[in-house]
Design a protein around this ligand. Structure first.
Ligand code: RUB
Length: 300
């Protein structure tokens, strides 16, 4: 797929979910490197810096994409353009391997939380949560899923469709019926777009509201995520931005004088989160941050 098409598809949410966005950004970078006419390493590095800027602005709340690009594009100190291309090739391969291996590890760890007879509540569409549910199904476990529609763009329907295809019983609820859906649930699993230095998890709007309800009913709450979604710049007190999307997604032709709020994400307080399930294991949010620092020093 070309760089231009990937940028368009991320902006229009044809490519959605943090992990898919990170992977697509690597493929976009690969396309730019392949088509580049740069004759020197400096020219190519310049071109890639511009590419990175464009990619990052497609979805501002996506540190997984930022970290992945940082992993590939930091410290490119080599003798010439041939060595640079070889280094980039190797980093791209490793970044894609990380995404793939992480997915399998999280599925293995997370599926242990699912027991026979359980009802799992989820919100929006997280490919990470999906991998856990599908792994549990593969292990022969019998359970059902409650999912919210996720207005305004109905990502809950993607979740429901995928689960039905995998023959996992699924019920879809309108967002405002989440309390009813949660009351009968044993576990709340959701994805993550970003994790801050205070252990807050940013995910689709509605996630904190539903976490507050789950907490009230003593339902364990887990965020399921590749740890590269940690945002290192939040260490310096820089707030992770919350993406505001177009008003027309909520109401195409509204009457005059109506303000439309279309925040795409919200932060879930660490106190509400039982644990973060990542490729590094299952940890409370405060511990998770420590473990990231130990495992990925290059992020900082
Ligand atoms: C998707 C969303 C997902 C996270 C995690 O929002 O909030 O829960 O991105 O997804 P949008 P994954 O549809 O606006 O991108 O686990 O696939 O990384």
């Amino acid at each position: 797929m070309s760089f231009e098409k990937i940028v368009r598809d991320i902006k229009t949410l044809k490519i959605q979910g943090a992990e898919a966005i990170a992977k697509a950004s690597v493929l976009a970078l690969k396309d730019v490197i392949k088509k580049s006419r740069a004759a020197t390493k400096y020219r190519l590095i310049d071109e890639l810096k511009k590419t990175r800027k464009i990619l990052i602005t497609t979805r501002p709340t996506e540190p997984c994409m930022r970290n992945t690009l940082k992993y590939i594009l930091t410290n490119l100190d080599v003798k010439d353009i041939i060595s640079l291309k070889a280094l980039l090739d190797e980093r791209i391969k490793k970044a894609l391997e990380h995404i793939c291996k992480t997915r399998q590890t999280i599925a293995a760890i997370g599926s242990k939380k699912i027991k026979n007879g359980m009802t799992i509540f989820t919100h929006c569409h997280s490919s990470t949560v999906m991998s856990i549910l599908k792994q549990a199904k593969k292990q022969g476990k019998r359970f059902q899923v409650h999912v919210t529609e996720t207005r305004p763009l109905f990502q809950g329907r993607i979740t429901a469709t995928e689960l039905a295809k995998a023959r996992i019983p699924v019920t879809i609820f309108v967002d405002s019926a989440a309390r009813i859906a949660l009351k009968k649930a044993d576990l709340f699993l959701f994805g993550a777009d970003a994790i801050t230095s205070e252990g807050k998890v940013i995910n689709k709007i509605g996630t904190e509201l539903f976490a507050e309800i789950a907490y009230k009913y003593d339902i364990p709450i887990f965020s399921c995520t590749d740890s590269w979604k940690y945002d290192p710049k939040t260490v310096y007190g820089i707030e992770e931005k919350i993406e505001k999307r177009a008003a027309r997604e909520v109401w195409r032709n509204p009457p005059k004088n109506i303000t439309i709020s279309n925040l795409a994400f919200e932060k879930v307080k660490p106190e509400l989160i039982t644990g973060i399930i990542s490729e590094l294991g299952i940890y409370r949010p405060s511990m998770f941050i420590e473990i990231i620092k130990e495992n990925y020093p290059w992020m900082f």
